[in-house]
Design a protein around this ligand. Sequence first.
Ligand code: A2P
Length: 348
Amino acid sequence: TSYNVAILGATGAVGTRMIEQLETSSIPVKTVKFLASKRSVGKVLRFKGQDVKVEEATPEVFRGVDLVLSSAGGSVSKKLLPAAVKAGAVCVDNTSAFRMDPNVPLVIPEVNRAALAQHQGIIANPNCSTIQMLVALAPIYRQYGLKQIVVSTYQAVSGAGQSAINELLQQTQQYLKQEPLTANILPTKNDIKHYPQAFNLLPQIDVFEDSGYTHEEWKMIHETKKILLADPDATQIKVTATCVRVPVVIGHGESVYFTVTDQTATTTQIRDLLAKSPGIVVQDDTRQQFYPQPLNAEGKRETFVGRLRPDLENTGAFNCWVVSDNLLKGAAWNTVQIAECLIEDHLL
Ligand code: A2P
């Protein structure tokens, strides 16, 4: 069998990667539909050497579609995916629209693939920062138990979409020409004030909650629990996060501090465990100055882990540095990988 696939948000930063990841995936594709807003109707994109015209995303357009890969924003998913499910499609959604819905599996294939079996038409892709952190930590959680995670992120602007990439590049040129920097998108489209990102750090990703945390930080805490605590032998886990946008185009970095339950776990054992775990590449040799960097992770599907070292003043506690391409493992690849798993597991 082969499948009729629709990509919702096909013209965006993630959508264009979804097209590439689908082209190089094991999914047998019968037809593709590339969907975006009215603004993009008439645009032509390529799929496996063929021209494909972009169509407007409407509830009617999903007739005959088997699989929807979606990344056009939460409100678009909320509006259109129920219609796609009604038309018989299975949707893998990269937005936050359905992530915390108890009827929607939130899946990282390396971590909780089994949850796919519970799907009722929609499967959610976790937040990009959550995905790369849990690819790295889930093997440690399973082998040694995790008591606490303290994470600080260094997030690339592409996580905020193509318009944020354009804004950083424009501000960089303005800065070099000693012109005033214009800011209209970052830190987040949905808030009132905007600040320059070029040559700057913005400790705000998404909007603030009453708790004083941003919604991005909230996602890292609660998505982690939804994904890990579904384990039959799950133990409680404490998570806290600080999310920072940095002037990098592609590739999120994360400084991750974690404490394990099994106090006998050593740095060498954890490094060996990570090296043989799926989706992880260990890049950790301080004598050779070898560690993960966003520029090297760009275009790769794996999550890169380095700088693994014990907390010298607390036993059972470690620091590490985790980098991944936020548009691939953090978004487009995880989505396409979920679709591959659905097919392999006879769930599509
Ligand atoms: P368009 O290019 O027509 O605006 P990004 O994350 O890079 O900002 O991309 C967002 C994606 O979501 C784009 O493909 C964009 O299409 C699409 N999109 C935005 N708003 C809508 C909408 N109301 N209906 C359908 N697609 C939308």
